[in-house]
Write a protein that binds this ligand. Structure first.
Ligand SMILES: *[C@@H]1O[C@H](CO)[C@@H](O)[C@H](O)[C@H]1NC(C)=O
Ligand SMILES: *[C@@H]1O[C@H](CO)[C@@H](O)[C@H](O)[C@H]1NC(C)=O
Ligand SMILES: *[C@@H]1O[C@H](CO)[C@@H](O)[C@H](O)[C@H]1NC(C)=O
Ligand SMILES: *[C@@H]1O[C@H](CO)[C@@H](O)[C@H](O)[C@H]1NC(C)=O
Ligand SMILES: *[C@@H]1O[C@H](CO)[C@@H](O)[C@H](O)[C@H]1NC(C)=O
Ligand SMILES: *[C@@H]1O[C@H](CO)[C@@H](O)[C@H](O)[C@H]1NC(C)=O
Ligand SMILES: *[C@@H]1O[C@H](CO)[C@@H](O)[C@H](O)[C@H]1NC(C)=O
Length: 478
């Protein structure tokens, strides 16, 4: 490596045409790793006038050196361009170990396909603490607080995290073990969290082994999530894929998720804290999702839904070896509502419950929850469902004196396992209709001739965002 040093300084190389570099390469240093510029195209909500490479700020991509300071220096420096056309930071090929860092507005973080961001395991110095989320009143793992996420941003506008399928590895095993052994006094970090932000794009990345939830947009709007491959062991704790939480206008498309918890969990705060904060998740599109999660849901609504969940449209959903389809999780104490939920074109293979609603998800932040805060579950529509190798068609548990109503299920063909249970449908405190559903639904969801459940055909504003073609000049390794 030593004789090649001078070729690896990007400042020098970038000014020399690539062809000349290649000439030098073949003549003199065939064995050396030499960087040359290459330009990549990518789609984004906004392109940037200014660009820099992480190595310009002293980063070392050896997988061992901490680059927390380099990320901070880079983003602090680039934040100056927020009102001058914005800036992008290119993460080039290499293994970039880092602790938590913060994003800025009018900013793009672009990962080259051979870039690997590795999350630090230095809990003492690389992970600042943040106050608990106001709509939760406490940390999800531990009451007292929470670590900042690996990639964090708050009160931002126009942020893009993308790449041509570069990877972020949360190195979660370290945290899962501490969590299982009850050794954490603070809630585990998420991989990516953006709070109080508007115009967010997170796309074309591979995210693996988050310490806890992977992608958490919260109190945000106009969120586009596209082309994520999210992978965690199916027995890892709380590794939810994507959790839109008190967000408006969100579109999640073309994601492949293997996880130890819900592939997508739509949330809006917890019991009295969520009720007080009062910010729903609404106008959410989920399409072309593939999920594998043997102990959890393809899409969960809740269990934290105390700001309300309304207008969710899911379509072209595939799940294999997953516990349930679109599951509602709630409890007395949550208050608020889950309403106007639409899901269609779902294909399931090997599933415990195709339809699952739970009114007794009795985890509370503390004793201060309101026992009179009944959630309203109303207008839940599922259609065009094919499911094979299913243990139970449905388990629908509403709440006594607070039934879940307006449930509609149509055109659903469910094939049970070879040794099906005696009661394929088990329904309590629910009401609605069905049409063209096999096996025969429970009596509280009577079959009616010609029932075709509603799915809205109007477009949401998040469907009309135009992506621009942007360019990233990175460094290819030869
Ligand atoms: C990120 O910003 C938050 C809130 O402003 C702050 O508390 C935290 O320390 C910052 N994190 C880093 C790594 O600078
Ligand atoms: C961020 O936005 C929230 C909601 O508008 C506001 O309450 C908070 O003070 C803002 N924080 C900062 C650091 O500007
Ligand atoms: C991205 O990388 C993941 C993991 O290697 C792979 O499974 C996936 O197919 C890739 N996606 C694209 C679009 O190339
Ligand atoms: C993601 O990659 C796919 C395939 O390479 C491309 O068609 C799509 O436009 C990209 N989208 C975003 C938002 O990066
Ligand atoms: C019923 O659902 C299946 C699977 O999504 C679909 O192919 C079929 O067209 C649907 N039938 C009607 C009448 O909509
Ligand atoms: C059917 O589901 C059972 C679990 O209920 C599983 O063990 C079995 O492998 C599945 N069969 C097929 C053919 O996928
Ligand atoms: C049906 O659901 C009720 C609760 O809603 C439960 O108590 C009962 O055990 C279930 N029956 C079967 C056979 O699973």
């Amino acid at each position: 490596m030593e004789p090649c040093r001078r070729f690896t300084t990007s400042h020098v190389i970038r000014t020399i045409p690539a062809i000349l570099i290649l000439g030098i390469l073949s003549l003199r240093v065939a064995e050396c790793r030499v960087k040359v510029s290459s330009t990549l195209q990518y789609p984004a909500i906004n392109c940037r006038k200014h660009s820099a490479v992480l190595t310009d700020f002293g980063a070392v991509g050896d997988g061992k050196t901490s680059n927390t300071k380099a990320f901070k220096a880079a983003i602090d420096s680039l934040s100056k361009f927020a009102s001058d056309g914005g800036a992008q930071l290119i993460v080039p090929p290499g293994k970039w170990l880092t602790g938590s860092f913060n994003l800025t507005s009018h900013f793009t973080l672009f990962l080259h396909k051979d870039a690997l961001i590795l999350a630090s395991q230095d809990m003492e110095s690389e992970w600042p603490l943040l106050p608990v989320l106001p709509s939760y009143g406490r940390g999800r793992d531990a009451a007292d607080g929470r670590f900042s996420s690996l990639i964090f941003g708050t009160n931002l506008t126009d942020v893009v995290i993308t790449g041509n399928n570069g990877t972020i590895d949360g190195q979660g095993a370290f945290w899962w073990e501490k969590f299982r052994n009850d050794e954490l006094k603070v809630t585990r970090p998420y991989m990516i969290e953006l709070m109080y932000s508007d115009q967010i794009q997170i796309s074309n990345l591979t995210l693996i082994n988050s310490p806890s939830w992977f992608v958490h947009p919260v109190y945000s709007s106009n969120v586009l999530i596209q082309g994520l491959t999210i992978l965690a062991p199916v027995d890892s704790p709380n590794t939810d894929g994507i959790d839109p939480d008190s967000c408006t206008n969100t579109r999640i498309e073309d994601c492949f998720i293997v996880s130890g918890d819900d592939c997508i969990a739509v949330k809006s705060g917890w019991d009295q804290y969520g009720i007080k904060f009062g910010m729903p998740s609404k106008h959410l599109i989920i399409r072309r999702l593939t999920c594998i999660s043997p102990d959890s849901a393809t899409i969960a609504l809740g269990s934290e839904m105390s700001g309300g969940i309304q207008d969710v449209r899911a379509e072209d959903i595939t799940a294999i070896d997953t516990e349930s389809g679109v599951r509602i999780k709630t409890a007395i104490g949550r208050g608020a509502f889950v309403k106007d939920i639409y899901a269609r074109r779902m294909t399931f293979k090997t599933m415990k419950y195709v339809f699952w609603m739970t009114g007794t998800y009795n985890q509370h932040p503390d004793e201060g929850f309101n026992p009179k805060a009944f959630p309203e579950i109303q207008g839940i529509n599922y259609k065009d469902v094919v499911a094979e190798n299913v243990t139970y068609a449905a388990r629908l548990d509403g709440i006594a004196n607070d039934p879940f109503t307006g449930i509609c299920i149509s055109n659903a063909t469910i094939t049970l396992t070879e040794k099906p249970k005696k009661l394929p449908w088990n329904c309590t405190d629910v009401a609605g209709v069905t049409g063209n559903v096999t096996p025969q639904p429970c009596s509280s969801l009577p079959e009616k001739e010609g029932v075709d459940c509603h799915f809205p055909e109007d477009r949401l504003p998040i469907d009309d965002i135009q992506l621009k073609t942007c360019f990233a000049t990175t460094h290819a390794l030869f």
